[in-house]
Write a protein that binds this ligand. Structure first.
Ligand SMILES: [Ca+2]
Length: 400
């Protein structure tokens, strides 16, 4: 397999130092210093330790941080402290290999209606499945469970599960091919798709396949293998996804209504009429596990950039875009924190990310892992002479 990684594009001079790493959660428990580019410097702070695959991180309007742990727990952080007791422990989650509790989203009007959504794997007579459930969050408890959608085919490593509300107020759900690639091309199956649902799980009337015989009306796009990154570009509102490829062939796609993204007929650099090729393709694999556009002000240079947590790539991928055009890419924190899963922007503009070392067989646990960490601006490093350092390298991938 051809190695597309390029040699280091910049001299890497690490001048920051690791400060004392405490076992307690909270700011400054572990701090390292690095510069991302000529104009931006950051510190990495440890937010929480001793976790099990924090899969999804969301921020409540009142300042609390909710996150899922894959074995089935919803956890909460308040004022910088992790509450010991989970908000919820799911009784019916299938935790085989890389399955479990994965996606989480807050309703766009969470402040008013306190609705929180989870996507997780379960088992029934037909095998492994994914369902989406809605809860009410009240006084630190999740109550009024409602299954809004279920019976999505799933398999270990191929269960999608990223859920997010779009700018149109609809709930989007990525699904995996459930280890049956042919299902991704079949419109009568929910596997290997992006689904678009109303907040109660019903089908929006303007979905692309509504009314087509033999097609599931929930489908928004198809031909996906296992997309787990999902966000909308600020300004344009265009949906971007990151998707795991078969053996290399990882993708970043611009995903549009009713379109076919190729799997399993077209993959890597193969293109076919009527199928959309990826905007970016990565061989060897980086294993992109998440995706978010940066909208904040803490890092003005990052505004509008796409960030992707990489498992096998053990880094955060940063893609600088001009609309649909890729300007450049780089990898941040490469091989410093192990496998990286979620990347999420906090209301204050700092960038949270999670590790995923409890991922057999690829990941191996380390002391105090898994963790949630965050990038915060490092003004001192930006201003101080000789304090620049770097943990990056140019990443050309394949630009269409
Ligand atoms: Ca594709």
């Amino acid at each position: 397999m051809t190695n597309l990684w390029m040699p280091m594009a910049c001299a890497m001079v690490v001048t920051g130092c690791l400060m004392g790493v405490g076992s307690a959660c909270g700011r400054g428990a572990g701090t390292s210093r690095a510069a991302m580019d000529s104009a931006t410097a950051f510190r990495v702070e440890v937010v929480a330790t001793d976790l099990r695959v924090p899969w999804s991180i969301v921020f409540a309007p009142d300042g609390r941080i909710f996150f899922t742990e894959r074995p089935g727990r919803v956890r909460v952080m308040e004022k910088g402290k992790l509450r010991e007791q989970p908000l919820l422990t799911l009784p019916d989650v299938d935790t085989t290999l890389k399955l479990g509790l994965m996606g989480m989203a807050l309703h766009p009007q969470f402040k008013k209606n306190h609705r929180l959504y989870l996507a997780y794997a379960y088992r029934d007579g037909a095998g492994q499945r994914v369902r989406v459930v809605r809860y009410h969050e009240r006084k630190g408890r999740l109550t009024d469970r409602t299954v809004i959608f279920e019976d999505i085919p799933a398999a270990s490593n191929h269960a999608g599960c990223r859920i997010k509300f779009g700018p149109d107020g609809k709930l989007y759900v990525t699904t995996g091919d459930a280890d049956r690639p042919e299902l991704s091309q079949r419109l009568d199956s929910l596997a290997g798709k992006t689904l678009r649902l109303n907040e109660d799980g019903s089908v929006p009337k303007d979905n692309p396949f509504v009314g087509r015989a033999g097609a599931r009306p929930e489908i928004w796009s198809y031909g996906h293998r296992n997309a787990q990154g999902l966000d909308w570009q600020p300004g344009t509102g265009v949906m971007f996804q990151s998707e795991h490829g078969p053996n290399g062939g990882d993708e970043v796609n611009i995903v549009e209504r009713g379109r076919n993204y190729g799997w399993p007929v077209a993959h890597h650099r193969v293109s076919r009429p009527g199928m959309d090729s990826p905007l970016l393709e990565y061989t060897p694999s980086i294993a992109p596990a998440s995706g978010m556009f940066y909208r904040g002000s803490a890092f003005p240079q990052f505004r509008g950039n796409l960030f992707v947590g990489c498992l096998r790539g053990e880094s955060i991928l940063r893609v600088v875009l001009d609309g649909r055009r890729v300007v450049r890419q780089e990898r941040l924190l490469e091989k410093r924190y192990g496998r990286i899963r979620e990347v999420a922007e906090a209301p204050d503009g700092t960038i949270y990310f999670s590790t995923s070392q409890h991922d057999p067989p690829e990941g191996t646990p380390r002391p105090a892992y898994d963790q949630i960490l965050r990038l915060v601006p490092d003004k001192q490093a930006e201003e101080g002479p000789g304090s620049r350092s770097g943990h990056r390298r140019a990443l050309p991938g394949t630009v269409r």
